[in-house]
Write a protein that binds this ligand. Structure first.
Ligand SMILES: [Zn+2]
Length: 297
């Protein structure tokens, strides 16, 4: 008698674009966004590694379109059992001015790609501009964006990022809730989750260690790590009894956190992060049941 039925994971793993894009660098940071690794090789490698989903970047697809037309990409996905496709990325979609014009160009590119390839969801960020847009305005724009992609059977995943205008999952959820689009959901990426701790750590760093920051600014070397460098004012203060050693330790721990954040933001560009877990859908159950996906209807 079989007591336990075979268990199948309800989740398929997606090899995100930046995870498998090799040395590709973010255009925001002076790169090109596209990968020099052959598109076909990436699809085959992701499949051979057990992934059932893959991520693309619009600029990467354009870069490789000379060699791989949309029909070729579709066939490669089918041949390799890749059943889920993520497409990156739209930012500045709720702002005005030149940034919006560029965003709208990217938006048209994403729509064109989603009309030719079976894109399950696009990934959207927010804005890096200084202006704080009202949530109501962002939600309206998000609803419009979702409606455009709904026609192609594509979901829209909003990703909060610590250094952008929509910083936390809560902020993103408020936009998603207000927009009320069935194909609009949340993407949580590890940098987006880590941000929660880091945002606090950053503020805490300034508040609690102002005296140490001031002291450190008098070290001989501006990049002094206070680990034995000559002319270190911080270690001198510890040696002289003016500064408790455990306080220095606590400060250095927070500094390591801050450096870790910088590396994580860089990882967006360099795809150092190999295990990126993402959850799409405000409610995974709800969205899975909605079975909104796959074009071709
Ligand atoms: Zn120092």
């Amino acid at each position: 008698m079989e007591r336990i039925a075979a268990v199948e994971s309800p989740f398929d793993f997606v090899a995100s674009y930046w995870t498998i894009a090799g040395d590709a660098r973010l255009r925001l940071r002076g790169g090109t966004d596209y990968s020099s690794l052959d598109l076909r090789e990436r699809i085959e490698t992701a499949s051979a590694s057990g992934y059932r989903g893959i991520g693309f970047h619009s600029r990467d697809l354009q870069h490789w379109s000379d060699r791989y037309a949309a029909a070729d990409v579709r066939r490669l996905l089918d041949d390799n059992g890749i059943g889920y496709v993520e497409l990156e990325i739209l930012r500045e979609w709720f702002v005005t001015g030149p940034a919006r014009e560029e965003s709208d160009r990217t938006r048209r590119e994403l729509l064109a790609i989603a009309s030719e390839l079976p894109i399950d969801h696009i990934k959207v960020g927010s804005s890096f501009g200084p202006h704080r847009w009202p949530t109501e305005h962002i939600a309206e724009e998000f609803a419009t964006l979702c409606a455009e992609f709904a026609q192609l059977g594509t979901r829209v995943g909003l990703e909060p990022v610590a250094v952008a205008s929509i910083r936390t999952p809560a902020e993103a959820l408020e936009v998603i809730d207000r927009a009320g689009a069935a194909n609009g959901g949340l993407i949580l990426d590890t940098p987006g989750m880590r941000e929660l701790a880091l945002w606090d750590a950053d503020a805490g760093l300034e508040q609690s260690f102002a005296d140490l920051e001031a002291l450190a600014s008098t070290c001989r070397f501006s990049d002094c790590r206070h680990e034995g460098e000559p002319g270190c004012a911080v270690l001198a203060a510890v040696a002289g009894g003016a500064l408790a050693a455990d306080r220095l330790e606590a400060w250095q721990k927070l500094e390591r956190e801050a450096r870790h954040l910088e590396r994580r933001v860089d990882a967006l560009a360099r795809a150092e992060e190999r295990r990126r877990w993402k959850v799409i859908g405000k409610s995974v159950g709800r969205h899975m049941e909605a079975k909104y996906g796959r074009g071709g209807s």
